[in-house]
Design a protein around this ligand. Sequence first.
Ligand code: DC
Length: 241
Amino acid sequence: MSERRLIIAIDGPAGAGKSTVARHLAAHFGLLNLETGAMYRAFALKALRCRIDPDDSEGLHQLAASTDIALEPTRAGNRVLLDGAEVTDLIRDAEVTQAASRVSVHPAIRSWMVDLQREMGKAGGVVMEGRDIGTVVFPDADIKFFLDASPEARSQRRYEQAAGPISITASSDGSQENGKAQDEVTRELHERDERDRNRAQSPLRPAPDAIVIDSTSLTLEQVLDRIESVVNEKLARAGSY
Ligand code: DC
């Protein structure tokens, strides 16, 4: 174990509960929580504003050269700054969500983001959450988790997130009234899953040494118990960071 402070990687697909878990974990262990998906989202928002097609690799590359993205971790989550202006809420928009998945397939955009993320996390003392943290950004992270859940559970959570308070536990019934909107959520999540898992560069997959947790039928408390006990064990074995 090195002298530097702890780096925890949490990867997984959309709706697996990564952000909620990362936020709790960071608060519990006094770490900074860095949400890398928010960076792709902020860049996607800029591309949409500048009318650059999210599939236009060259246009996006040029745009990146004049774009500044920063995360400010707080206890409530990350404040996201795009060219110095706060966009924390704007980047949750459905159009931005789909565009973020599309801009993130381009190798030049990924390597720009990975450099930024390494810079932000290099001092350690962080929980970094995303799709490629344990595989690409910090392959030597001290602890890697891959948080997964069934597509049905993830789409239910996303749907509930959009409608109200965040829950990590899928509820079993969706009302008829909500059916159509939920179908849309399910379709979009599936599209993103396909793109995130099948892109050529750093597709979503667990690192070989990641601890995979399927949260489909677990409560937030159960997921946190499991993760916290792994972290505590690691800390006990390593001495303090
Ligand atoms: O975690 P999120 O839903 O906010 O991420 C938005 C998009 O960003 C997601 O569809 C894929 C991309 N992403 C990525 O490619 N690599 C990361 N480390 C984080 C997010």
